[in-house]
Ligand binder design. Structure first.
Ligand code: UDP
Ligand code: MG
Length: 152
């Protein structure tokens, strides 16, 4: 089933100039980019995004981190986009993330783990609605032959 997933390059990913690398991995895999923005989260927005973690000991530290610098918010679309997104990103703890995943390749620290990916279709819908107005999700067709000028 076609799904959308919410992907966010965290402040450490932006500072480390990993935005292009991360977008490349999602493009290479074949997902379709339907929403993209650079923004600074305010604390309220960060609290809503991470509301399911509000009782965790690391919650306030996580909010400090995620609001400390801008992030890049994206929506990617594909069959099973949520599952594929988590696979590309890897597990939460970078020392459990295999090489070949984004976290496995680029991080050491659990908080500074470069990227967020929705963990369920339901959470993806909730997270997308926090970051994007419906009009900011762009509908378009992709066709390689046309854009190579080969369908003439
Ligand atoms: N986090 C942390 N310490 C922990 C677990 C998580 O700082 O022990 C941070 C980390 O940045 C993680 C985020 O909190 O990505 C959200 O946690 P979650 O369990 O939802 O992990 P994710 O879904 O991002 O893999
Ligand atoms: Mg999560």
């Amino acid at each position: 089933m076609i799904e959308q997933t919410f992907i966010m390059v965290k402040p450490d990913g932006l500072q480390r100039a990993l935005v292009g690398e991360i977008i490349r991995r999602f493009e290479n895999k074949g997902l379709k980019l339907v929403g993209l923005k650079l923004l600074a989260l305010d604390r309220k927005m960060a609290e809503i995004h991470y509301e399911q973690l509000k009782d965790k000991p690391f919650f306030s530290s996580l909010l400090d981190f995620i609001t400390s610098n801008p992030v890049v918010a994206m929506v990617w679309e594909a069959d099973n986009a949520v599952y594929i997104g988590r696979k590309l990103v890897g597990p939460t703890r970078p020392n459990e993330a295999d090489p070949g995943t984004i976290r496995g390749d680029f991080c050491i620290n659990t908080q500074f783990n470069v990227i967020h990916a929705s963990d369920s279709v339901e959470n993806a819908k909730r997270e997308i609605a926090i970051f994007f107005a419906p009009s900011e999700l762009v509908r378009y067709e992709r066709s390689i032959m046309h854009w190579l000028g080969l369908d003439l």
